[in-house]
Design a protein around this ligand. Sequence first.
Ligand code: IMP
Length: 192
Amino acid sequence: MNIVFASHNAHKRAEVEAIMAAIWPDVHLIAPSGDAPDETGDTFEENALIKARAGHAATGLPTIADDSGICVDALGGDPGVRSARYSPSGEDRDNLELLLANVGESDERSAHFVCAVAFVADGEEHVLERSWHGSIATSPAGSGGFGYDPIFIPEGTSVTAAELAPEEKSAVSHRGQAFRALADFLRVWQGE
Ligand code: IMP
């Protein structure tokens, strides 16, 4: 089955391609064409739907898209849906340094990643969401992953997400959980 994966983020594409290849090799993810739509939603679910609807409108094919980010308790849930553009440059390193500076010396360091995945096909829309809980490190560590991984310590570990192997991260991450749940849904949807 060919499904459009409407994402322009190369790191996310690589993670999702590896997750889907491991659980459902018959699904081929196709890159979207055209510009990414503006993410104008206030929630991860809304933004995932905006991206999936745009991909479906452009291709006519069943389309999946995700929207994700990190929610930090000490910052009232920020940066949330604005995670990719938290700092003025929007660069990963600037984003995480701004987040570290804003959390400062606070003892309250709880945080969680969220991933909403939307599936849009003819006359059909489906969204699901999964979270990954942990805490904010006091300084960055590790070179794997992307985004805020070097400052996120997943629950049950003492290392950052950037110090996990890719398959270790996907086994527990918000994105891994969401795409495995999506694959379960799609198997039923296509009548397997
Ligand atoms: P999106 O492309 O709008 O979903 O932006 C997601 C942003 O949230 C990314 O650019 C990262 O800053 C952050 N993010 C989402 N998932 C992860 C992750 O697995 N690790 C680290 N940062 C992430």
